[in-house]
Design a protein around this ligand. Structure first.
Ligand code: FAD
Length: 318
């Protein structure tokens, strides 16, 4: 079922959802199920599965030269989605990227998803590969998520890359896209970022999931700005509880989001990471309760592969 239908059937009640990462190559799928199992009692209508593009590593050869190798450290997004739908009978939502995909790859990926009975996708650009500063699309790929949304929307209208295909079947994907309450790290301003967000909606996206934030005021201001710009689709807040002291530096660096001083000082005052985890849970419970009060359609949690803190939050909020 489409995310937008889940929202309308909930009649104003805030739903619970979360995102998982495929396991590192070499690990089995049990680790994923072990994380999902305890969260199922809170009845998520869907579970997102992230996509991880290839990375480049350099291996030193006997002659001293370096050989470039392409590695995908977390493959399996599509397989995990199929397994989730099969095991839990809930919608699984794969993330799909511009990065590393040609338009042909994208079309074939979408055909697989359609055949598997997947109704939703989150369309993203992806980040630059680690060895490069700026994002580079494939030669026959998309530069921005809005272009990817257009391709998915074309397929929803039965338009394949091969224009000579006759009577081709239409897909029916509900498309989600990313939004950034504190602006995307490369955007010159929040206004310009929202301008391009609107392009993704115009191209066919039906809902927005936000980057994590730790201060609800930023989310509320973002929603207000989007509404003023004429964006009417549901905006789903993305939340992540802080779990380690290291994340105080890592999160602002990696995601370019601010942490409120009160939260920072609480974490700094913790004697170990067990205490930090508890602070993170309590902070996230307070954020969640305020967002439910404000009537958000869904609370979407970034589990980052470990669910015990999300479980503790869900118990208090849902
Ligand atoms: P875009 O919407 O293309 O925007 C990228 C930048 O370009 C922005 O600064 C925007 O303002 C600007 N821009 C957009 N269109 C134009 C234009 N026409 N001209 C000029 N500038 C433009 N990454 C993964 O690798 N895998 C995942 O599974 C994944 N899941 C995510 C889920 C969520 C909810 C979020 C918030 C992020 C996720 N990411 C994931 C990270 C995401 O790929 C990065 O944040 C990426 O840098 C931007 O993706 P985007 O889809 O927002 O890009």
């Amino acid at each position: 079922m489409k995310v937008t239908d889940h929202i309308s059937q909930a009649n104003g009640k805030t739903l619970f959802s979360f995102e998982i990462l495929p396991p590192l190559k070499g690990q089995d799928i049990k680790s994923i199920f072990d994380n999902i199992d305890p969260l199922m009692e809170h009845k998520p209508p869907f579970i997102d599965v992230t996509y991880h593009r290839e990375e480049y590593t350099f291996k030193e050869l006997d002659n001293g030269l370096l050989k470039k190798q392409v590695v995908k450290k977390r493959p399996g997004t599509v397989g995990i989605c199929a397994a989730i739908q099969n095991k839990y009978q809930v919608d699984a939502i794969p993330h799909i990227l511009c990065g590393g995909f040609t338009k042909e790859d994208t079309e074939n990926f979408l055909i697989d998803l359609d055949f598997l009975g997947i109704d939703n996708v989150v369309a993203l650009r992806g980040d630059a590969v680690k060895s490069e500063i700026y994002f580079k699309p494939e030669k026959e790929g998309h530069r921005y998520a809005s272009e990817l949304v257009s391709q998915i929307q074309d397929l929803n209208e039965g338009k394949y890359l091969d224009e000579e295909l006759q009577n081709s079947s239409k897909t029916n994907f509900c498309i989600g896209v990313a939004g950034y309450p504190e602006k995307h790290m490369e955007a010159p301003s929040l206004d310009s970022d929202i301008y391009f967000l609107k392009k993704k909606i115009k191209a066919g996206a039906s809902y927005i999931v936000t980057q994590m934030f730790f201060d609800n005021k930023k989310f509320f201001a973002f929603v207000d700005k989007c509404r003023k710009e004429g964006i009417t689709v549901p905006i789903i807040p993305g939340l992540k509880p802080i779990a380690t002291r290291k994340q105080l530096n890592l999160i602002p660096h990696r995601f370019k989001v601010d942490l409120p001083d009160d939260l920072i000082m609480e974490v700094v005052g913790c004697k170990d990471n067990k205490a930090v985890r508890q602070v993170g849970i309590e902070w996230c419970i307070n954020q969640s309760k305020e967002l439910v009060e404000a009537g958000v359609p869904i609370l979407h949690y970034y589990s980052m592969g470990r669910s015990s803190n999300i479980e503790a939050i869900a118990k208090e909020v849902f």
